[in-house]
Design a protein around this ligand. Structure first.
Ligand SMILES: Nc1ncnc2c1ncn2[C@@H]1O[C@H](COP(=O)(O)OP(=O)(O)OP(=O)(O)O)[C@@H](O)[C@H]1O
Length: 237
């Protein structure tokens, strides 16, 4: 569903991501972990067609992000680490704006908005302008807006930051349900306990380079993901 081949992205002379390859298959929840500044957001933004990259290729469901960015964006939902939404809009206006961009029918958008806004308990806030939302409410609105076009692939940067425990639980269940239906999820997190419980596979990035990836069992064996991560961080530090 998502194929990253030899991705290299530089800022000036500095390589933020260096020759990184990863394959995320249908049905997989794939976690992406690494220290602050390791290159996670840069990789994620490259996958979503938000950042140009210097070398390599990225394919979404077989389509090149470089050659056909719009076609890829139709298949993807991207939830950034900071929900910078149009604050002057009401929640419902924002959701309809996103639904218009993706050309979603009135019937489908109403059904999805109703389902997900109710699930994340923001239905009553949809008439308010977004500038009055808390961080968590904005994050929930960003999640609802990401689900409006029924994406095949969801890419999320630190999705659990700011969510209350109930919403985190709901999001985890939704992630699993979506993958069970043939979708795929690639997300970054610093919460290793969540990654360990939730992910089918995990990749560890350090200073722009992929240092370990595979199924959770392959990566961590009998240890905890935290122990393995910390040990890898210590090596050659
Ligand atoms: N716009 C930019 N201009 C210059 N350097 C940048 C820019 N964005 C990121 N970097 C650098 O690229 C490297 C990777 O940053 P990135 O944001 O991808 O890391 P990250 O793994 O997402 O970190 P965090 O966990 O703190 O969010 C860092 O060294 C960062 O300073």
């Amino acid at each position: 569903m998502l194929r990253i081949e030899h991705l290299t992205k530089k800022y000036g002379d500095k390589k933020a991501v260096d020759d990184l390859s990863l394959h995320i298959q249908k049905g997989e929840i794939y976690g992406f972990i690494g220290h602050n500044g390791a290159g996670k957001t840069t990789t994620i933004k490259s996958c979503c067609g938000i950042l140009n990259f210097d070398e390599g290729e990225i394919y979404v469901d077989g389509v090149s992000v470089k050659e056909k960015p719009l076609e890829c964006k139709r298949k993807i939902a991207y939830i950034p680490d900071n929900p910078d939404l149009y604050e002057f809009m009401t929640g419902i206006k924002y959701l309809n704006f996103i639904a218009d961009i993706f050309g979603i029918s009135q019937a489908d958008r109403q059904a999805r908005i109703s389902k997900y806004a109710e699930m994340f308990e923001i239905k009553n806030a949809l008439a308010q302008t977004i500038d009055g939302y808390s961080h968590g409410m904005k994050q929930k609105l960003a999640i609802v807006s990401a689900l409006i076009h029924n994406p095949k692939l969801i890419i999320m940067d630190e999705p659990f930051v700011g969510l209350d425990p109930k919403s985190s639980h709901l999001l985890k269940a939704l992630m699993r349900e979506m993958c069970d239906k043939g979708g795929a999820i690639f997300f970054s997190t610093h919460v290793l306990e969540v990654a360990e419980k939730l992910c089918d596979k995990v990749a560890i990035i350090k200073s722009g380079k992929l240092i370990k990836s595979g199924t959770m069992d392959e990566v961590k064996g009998d240890d905890s993901l935290e122990d393995v991560f910390l040990e890898l961080e210590e090596k050659d530090a």
